[in-house]
Design a protein around this ligand. Structure first.
Ligand SMILES: CC(C)=CCC/C(C)=C/CC/C(C)=C/CC/C(C)=C/COP(=O)(O)OP(=O)(O)O
Ligand SMILES: O=P(O)(O)OC[C@@H](O)CO
Ligand SMILES: [Mg+2]
Length: 252
């Protein structure tokens, strides 16, 4: 039976009520267990809305241990953010089922999904079908290199909006605009606004959002959920500023 309230419902509520949200991306390659315990203590003081867990490569072997730690010490919903069907180990609450619709590589449009489908079906994870758009950010990112796809041009909001619309028409429930980990330039306000004006899905934006000002600008342009990875991994104290920026942003 479908639960009364799902993770997807929580994303839709952000969109509908203008309640902006912060997701912290935990790349298993960037966190030790001690580092994660430190971050969890900070999150207790400065609550966040979601943890996304994943990386483009995942060289370390402790993803499952980090997830167990998260589930043991926090009630923040945990979503797997897999770059490959190899990276599905839990425990978690849900999974961003990405289809890389900015690219034309069938492996990341449907191939990985076919391989993963039986395991995902058996996992009990809530699956959130997500139109995933990589956007050019001034330098090649691991995600575009590893997926063998060209990112969307930074200065073409119309292509992003049309791509997101096609994803929505195909039934994808979330839209994720990602400039990629460590992007030099985040997704532009013009592109966020164009996508926001075109699709009704909740809109997640990430990549290179490493200052409070950039977070505020992405939210003001229409992001419902902003994602911070590197800056918090490098400087956990930034969490407080990120949470403050998101909590002080209201829907325009
Ligand atoms: C169906 C399943 C199981 C997976 C879908 C796989 C797809 C379509 C992935 C999209 C392409 C891709 C490579 C996405 C990367 C997503 C991700 C985990 C980004 C976070 O990692 P970063 O922090 O950007 O990367 P680094 O490893 O460079 O730090
Ligand atoms: O690490 P950063 O640059 O914050 O990017 C986060 C995320 O959106 C990348 O997938
Ligand atoms: Mg990373």
């Amino acid at each position: 039976m479908r639960p009364a309230s799902t993770l997807l419902d929580s994303f839709i509520a952000h969109r509908q009520h203008g309640r902006k949200a912060l997701a912290v991306l935990l790349d298993p390659d960037d966190f030790t267990e001690a580092g994660l315990r430190d971050l969890l203590a900070r999150v207790a003081e400065h609550p966040v809305d979601y943890f996304f867990v994943g990386g483009s490569l995942v060289l370390s072997a402790h993803q499952a241990a980090l997830l167990a730690l998260l589930k043991a010490h926090s009630t923040v919903p945990v979503l797997l953010f897999p770059s490959h069907s190899l990276h599905l180990e839990g425990p978690a609450d849900g999974l961003l089922l990405l289809s890389l619709i900015s690219g034309r590589n069938p492996e990341f449009l449907i191939g990985q999904h076919v391989v993963a489908a039986p395991r995902l079906h058996a996992s009990g994870l809530e699956l959130l079908p997500t139109g995933y758009l990589l956007v050019d950010s001034g330098r090649p990112t691991t995600a575009s290199y590893m997926s063998g796809t060209a990112p969307l041009p930074h200065d073409k909001p119309g292509i992003a909006a049309t791509t997101a619309l096609a994803g929505e028409q195909l039934g994808l429930r979330l839209t994720y605009l990602d400039a990629g980990s460590g992007a030099l330039h985040p997704v532009s306000a013009a592109m966020i606004a164009a996508v926001r004006a075109t699709v009704a899905t909740p809109l997640i934006v990430g990549g290179g959002l490493n200052t409070a000002e950039k977070l505020t600008a992405a939210l003001a342009a229409g992001a419902d959920v902003v994602v911070v990875g590197n800056r918090i991994a490098e400087e956990p104290a930034f969490l407080a500023a990120a949470v403050a920026a998101v909590r002080s942003s209201v829907a325009g």
